[in-house]
Design a protein around this ligand. Sequence first.
Ligand code: TRP
Length: 338
Amino acid sequence: MSKQTVLTGITTTGTPHLGNYVGAIRPAIIASNDAQVTPYYFLADYHALIKCHEPERVRQSSLEIAATWMALGLDTSNAIFYRQSDVPEILELTWMLTCVTSKGLMNRAHAYKASVDENEQEGGADPDKGITMGLFSYPVLMAADILMFNAHKVPVGKDQIQHIEMARDIAGRFNHIFGEHFVLPEAVVDNNAATLSGLDGRKMSKSYNNTIPLFAPEKKFRKMINKIKTNSLEPGEPKDPDNCTLFSIYQAFATPAELDAMRVRYAEGIAWGEMKKHLFEYINDQIGPARAHYDELIQSPDVIEQALIEGAVRAREVSVPFMQKIRASVGIQKIRSL
Ligand code: TRP
C-alpha cells in the first residue's frame, strides 16, 4: 500500500482537555508513528477567528495546544506540525474553492443551521443575526486545509463528518471543472475514543463548560476529578459502571483487564470517594511525565516557535508548488515569463 496522508487540526480557542486528549490527540500521535502514514497536524488558528474575537485567548490557546502536542511526544521531525496561518496558500486555495462551492451546500452546514435555528426560535426579524461570513463559509476553509495536502484520511469527532463530506463534494466539483487535482478525503471516526463524559456527565466539551484540563496542576486536577458528578449510592451498595461518568473516564485510560477488575469492585460497592481517588491516581500517573514536559515547554515558547516554523517550511514545500499548479489550472498565471 502506498503512503497515506493523515491530516487533522485543532481550533485554537481553548485549553486542551481530557476529551481532546483521548478523542483526538492520543490517537493522532499513535497514527503518526505508523511508517505507512504521512501525518499533517496543525493549529487551526484561522478557524479560531470564526468564534473568538479575543486576541489574547487565541494567542494563549495556540501556545497551549502546540505545547500539548509536543509534550505528549509528537515527533515533529516526522509529523508535519504547523500553524495554519503560516501557510498562506491555504487562504488562496480557500478562494479558489469558494468559487466552485454552491451556496446551497453551505446553507446545509450544521454550524450555520444551528445559528439560524436559534435566531428563529428567538423570533427576531433576521434569521442571520450575528452570523458572519466566516461562520457561513467555514466548511470551505476546512476543505482547503484538507485538500491543500491531498489528505486521504481525516480523523475527527462525529460533529465534523459533515464537513469532510463537504470537502469531498467541493473537491469533486473542482476536479470535474479543472482536472483531477484533489484526492477525495475520508473522515475517520474513532468510536471508542469519541465520547468522554465531562464533570456533569454530558459529553466533555468546551461548549458545555464541563471539561477537565489535561495539564492542570496536580492539585487542581485532583479537585476537578473530585467534582465529577455521581449518584448518591452509599459505600457497599452495588453500582452500575455503565452509567457512571467516573467509570467511563477510567475506560478511556485503563486496560481491559483493569476494567474487568474495576467492574468487580463496582459490583462489590466501591465508595465514590475511593473510585475518585483511584481515577485521579491512575490518570495522574499516566499523564504526569507529559505534564512536567508541558510546563517546561510553556516556559520556553522559543522551542515551540522553532518547531512550528520548521513545520511550516515543510508544509510550504508542498503547498507552494501545488498552488502554482492550481493557479495555472484556473487560468491565473503570468501571461509570459520575462
Ligand atoms: N473544525 C475542526 C473542529 O472544530 C477543526 C479543523 C479545522 C479541522 N480544519 C480542519 C479538522 C481540517 C480536520 C481537518 O474540530
